[in-house]
Design a protein around this ligand. Structure first.
Ligand SMILES: Nc1ncnc2c1ncn2[C@@H]1O[C@H](COP(=O)(O)OP(=O)(O)OP(=O)(O)O)[C@@H](O)[C@H]1O
Ligand SMILES: [Mg+2]
Length: 252
């Protein structure tokens, strides 16, 4: 199962991504957890070792590897390099979980970043289309790492949305981007729900049949974030509602 998680800044993308990743490992399924948000914190929410996370290089910064995969440097770009070794050597492994950071995609300016972009694309294509492991991509609202090609591998995009007007408007914008990329299935996840009014607001603002689930506002989640504690561990601690979303994702 290949899942992308998107939504407005602060909506709860990393929280939902980390919980989904742990659902896979709790069910003894190997999974790639991909931090594809330039403002990344998925590793910490997953409870991975902060020192190891610090020393893990984002893929876009692997200049030595990127050159080697592109005929040893120069101007030629290999559009389809073999990157299986990258998934072994530049990921942080924790049991069944392999964690990797994409890094910020660079655009515009005077330099051409074709090599970096085609390298990231190759890594995503390999994970999404060639490998059998599950994948959870923690993305920004821009979903800029995805191309039409890699989007083909995504079986489900979850758009995390808080019950606010700004949250809904970003969710609709992400939905349009995902539609342009022809992503098969785009579902919403209501988050930080405090009341029936919150729930009703979201269901009135977005197509109700396209909700994968809703997650209540939780003091425990917020307290752990305040203390810098991981939200989930190998032992569990799943937020109510997440298991249901996971099951839906696996069923579809
Ligand atoms: N259901 C919830 N109840 C209470 N707090 C929550 C809930 N979900 C997320 N939070 C808190 O909201 C904050 C933002 O969540 P998170 O980091 O998952 O969002 P994000 O969309 O990944 O943010 P960013 O755009 O910064 O990457 C965090 O402090 C998190 O602990
Ligand atoms: Mg995040």
């Amino acid at each position: 199962m290949k899942i992308a998680v998107s939504g407005k800044g602060g909506a709860g993308k990393s929280t939902v991504s980390a919980q989904l990743v742990r659902c896979f490992t709790l069910h003894k399924k190997p999974v790639f957890a991909v931090d594809a948000d330039p403002d990344a914190n998925l590793g910490l929410v997953l409870g991975l070792d902060p020192d190891k996370l610090d020393s893990l290089r984002p893929l876009v910064e692997l200049q030595d590897v990127i050159s080697a995969k592109n005929f040893g440097g120069g101007t030629l770009v290999d559009l389809n390099p073999d990157v299986d070794d990258v998934l072994e050597n530049y990921t942080l492994q924790d049991g069944l979980l392999r964690f990797l950071k994409m890094g910020a995609i660079k655009q515009g300016g005077s330099a051409c970043y074709c090599k970096e972009n085609s390298f990231l694309n190759a890594v995503l294509t390999t994970m999404l289309l060639d490998r059998s492991e599950a994948v959870v991509l923690d993305m920004s609202a821009g979903i800029e790492h995805l191309t039409r090609g890699t989007a083909r591998g995504i079986k489900m995009m979850l758009v995390v949305v808080e019950p606010t007007r700004a949250g809904v408007s970003t969710a609709l914008a992400v939905d349009r981007l995902a539609c342009d990329l022809e992503i098969e299935q785009v579902l919403f996840v209501g988050n930080k729900i405090r009341s029936d009014e919150d729930r009703a607001y979201l269901q009135a603002s977005l197509p109700p049949e396209r909700f994968a689930g809703m997650i209540a506002f939780s003091d425990q989640i917020l307290e752990r974030a305040r203390l810098g504690q991981p939200l989930v561990s190998e032992l569990g601690d799943l937020v109510p509602g997440l298991e249901k979303i996971y099951e839906q994702a696996c069923r579809r």
